[in-house]
Design a protein around this ligand. Structure first.
Ligand code: GUN
Length: 285
């Protein structure tokens, strides 16, 4: 293996330590304790684990949290009423509604009810618009974590060829804006892209975010490229990324593993966003 491993666990620990210091500084300088509100509807076991981890992370960095757990049969109206009330609640800085909600609830309606000033998941149309416009705002956690990993790895983005495979609203599209803002030349590839291996081989920075286990292999990677694997796919052989790690790590200059790459960054960036929302709200009040 020749590629350097980009250790997301280590970087996420560093980010959390930085946030803990900044929370303490903010409070010491007269700011309020930032507070994240989490909302979980139904009893999906994975969602319960994710939310519990987010609450634990808050505790560890000195961010307060309030948790709302609603039964699976909660009506959409009741959920929207709660989300709007959290928006009006001066004691709440960030709102995180764990997705996906049960089938009878429209996730877009839930996202639209989130106060953009508290949109620590970066999911609202306002957050997306600010990002595309290159204006300050809350950026969704996974793409923000990807940029943090690239910076940590020392990957030059200015003028680099960046290819993103996948165009989801949550990851692929925000990454287009984030990489453009760093003056990369950005290509968004997807399922209809002709000759995907050739497009990917142009990349100095290759980001896989499609949700297809081991879609990208050695033939997709330019020697020395930095490869970031956002995929987390449950397969019969265990958790797999979108990149064939074994094959690609022989060619790439640096690569994220799955698990232990992008995954741990998401919660760390949620902490970053909650502190940022608290600071920005305290300036405006
Ligand atoms: N479900 C899976 N990942 C996420 C996330 O990052 N945010 C929210 N709100 N729900 C999720």
């Amino acid at each position: 293996m020749s590629a350097k491993i980009i250790d997301g666990k280590q970087v996420s620990t560093e980010v959390r330590e930085r946030v803990a210091d900044q929370v303490a500084e903010f409070i010491a300088s007269g700011g309020h304790q930032p507070v994240l509100a989490t909302v979980l509807v139904g009893d999906d076991p994975a969602s319960h684990v994710y939310v519990a981890n987010k609450i634990k992370a808050c505790e560890a960095v000195g961010i307060g949290s309030v948790h709302h757990e609603l039964p699976a049969e909660t009506s959409q109206d009741d959920l929207l009423t709660l989300v709007r009330a959290l928006g009006d609640d001066d004691g709440v800085d960030g709102i995180l509604v764990q997705l996906p909600p049960p089938d009878h609830i429209d996730p877009d309606a839930v996202i639209a009810a989130i106060d953009p000033a508290k949109d620590v998941d970066g999911l609202t149309a306002t957050s997306a618009g600010l990002l595309v416009g290159g204006r300050p705002g809350l950026v969704s956690c996974t793409p923000a974590g990807v940029i943090e990993l690239l910076d940590h790895a020392g990957t030059e983005l200015e003028g680099a060829e960046a290819v993103i495979v996948g165009r989801s609203n949550l990851v692929g599209k925000p990454l287009i804006s984030l990489l453009l803002a760093r003056n990369a030349t950005v290509t968004a590839a997807h399922s209809r892209t002709r000759d995907l291996p050739a497009v990917c081989r142009r990349a100095d920075v290759l980001i896989a975010a499609v949700g297809v286990p081991e879609l990208l292999g050695a033939e997709h990677v330019k020697p020395g490229a930095t490869v970031i694997d956002v995929g987390i796919n449950r397969t019969d052989d265990g958790l797999k990324g979108d990149v064939d790690f074994e094959a690609v790590s022989e060619i790439a200059g640096a690569i994220t593993p799955v698990p232990g790459g992008v995954g741990p960054m998401t919660i760390a960036m949620l902490m970053v966003n909650t502190l940022a929302a608290a600071k920005s709200r305290s300036k405006q009040s």
